[in-house]
Write a protein of this length. Sequence first.
Length: 237
Amino acid sequence: MLGRATEWPDRAIFSHWSGKVSLRTQQYRLDNAGKLFDMTADPGQHRDVAAQHPDVAARLSSQLTAWKRDVLSELSREPRPFTVGYRQFPTTVLPARDAVPHGHIERSARAPNCSFLKNWTSTDDRITWDVEVHTPGKYEAVVYYTCPQSEIGSEVELSLGDGRVSAKVTEAFDPPLRGAEHDRVPRQGESYVKDFAPLKLGTIELPAGRGTLALGALSMPGKQVMDVRAVVLTLAE
């Protein structure tokens, strides 16, 4: 960047996406299928040169195998829970993208980013998060929701172990989806977005340790409960 000549050591950079791994050095790239490309002479990656450079292909393949063994084995272990309640960071946001929908509930789009949960049409449906509470105690719980005027009146409950807190949806909040007016073509994967309003559930007592935080409905007088963007937990002083 400063225009100075620098001798960089040759490094291996690994890329991992959807179970596929590739390796890139200063000159070569070994892709997930084992094809070798000379990125200096062929940046468009049109010619597989593994047969012309078998020693390079073997060396990079060995590095790739070791990386999968050492790194991917760690990633493939039991999923890590979402941590809640560190005193240095007392507020934890649990977004819809990290939740597990149950029953009829579904995401607003296939891609989880910026998505919200919709189609909550039964008291048997629920939304869960795998959490680990660091500090036991009282937490202020808020759910960010939307609900049309015709569907208000549902009572929702947040629970973890013996801790429970509930509140009724008494105010409608039903803003339009945003983004369509700026898109030249319909979206295929990502979600359109909208504003969400906070619904204060109250204070819930949470024990330390790992468990399943669940958001469910105790009653549903209309055809649906609400759309959900996130649950926010704040450790009380």
